[in-house]
Ligand binder design. Sequence first.
Ligand SMILES: C[S@@+](CC[C@H](N)C(=O)[O-])C[C@H]1O[C@@H](n2cnc3c(N)ncnc32)[C@H](O)[C@@H]1O
Ligand SMILES: O=C(O)C(=O)C[C@]1(C(=O)O)C=C[C@@H](O)C=C1
Length: 246
Amino acid sequence: MTDASYRDALFTTPLDRVASFSFDEQVVRCFPDMIRRSVPGYGQIIGMLGVIAARHLRRGAHVYDLGCSLGASTLALCQQLPADAFTLDAVDLSPAMVERAREVLTEHCPGYTVNVHEGDIRHFPLRSAGLIMVNFTLQFLDPEDREAVIDRLYRTLEPGGMLILAEKITFADPTRAALMIDWHHDFKRANGYSELEISQKRNALEHVMIPDTLETHHDRLARSGFNRHYTWFQHLNFAAMVAFRD
Ligand SMILES: C[S@@+](CC[C@H](N)C(=O)[O-])C[C@H]1O[C@@H](n2cnc3c(N)ncnc32)[C@H](O)[C@@H]1O
Ligand SMILES: O=C(O)C(=O)C[C@]1(C(=O)O)C=C[C@@H](O)C=C1
């Protein structure tokens, strides 16, 4: 997608005290490389978004990309759908991400009605939408806040609308959870990350990114009113779900 020339080297040197992970300028510079080398299945999930939207999105519907980072999900829609197929608001809390996302989407989605906003998805005002994408972002919210967000997204969707939710996940069975974490770290090693990078990133993400189980996600979707919700992709401890508002 975007300029992937900056390799993620954020945790290559030993740090006395690993600061909590935050989406600052340093992360923005290497984000496409970081997420591709860190999230199993990332490219496949993002690539399917445009394909799914092409089948399901009502022509002219409004779309949200919540926790948009550099706009990869929005870009995937622009690559599959014509400019008059939808209007879109992308939202992110990080000023550095928003600034770069605006540049990326202006360059790669000319003619599309796409606006990028700096905002918190817990409070950002929403209007009726046909598709809401929340990819690898709910995991960064305080677990106590997640239900209210999903409730609000349900109410925001028009009948026939769809929520796409991709997340890092955990497992109720500790043996399975530990195996998936080991394999995820092997995946990172295979993608060139060192032991030091893996352990320092893990420390930086502790308490900042708290994954739920798939059961927790599906129970929450059901409580919010979604009566059709499925997991359509899973690779190790990362998964993508879809929930329809009938
Ligand atoms: C892993 S990234 C999302 C990746 C992106 N959706 C993609 O697929 O490329 C998580 C993003 O969520 C944003 N974020 C975290 N908490 C947020 C909140 N409360 N409101 C809006 N954005 C938030 C971060 O700034 C970060 O850019
Ligand atoms: O779980 C990890 O170790 C990750 O690096 C995952 C993850 C994510 O899922 O968002 C965390 C932060 C970065 O945004 C990129 C990837």
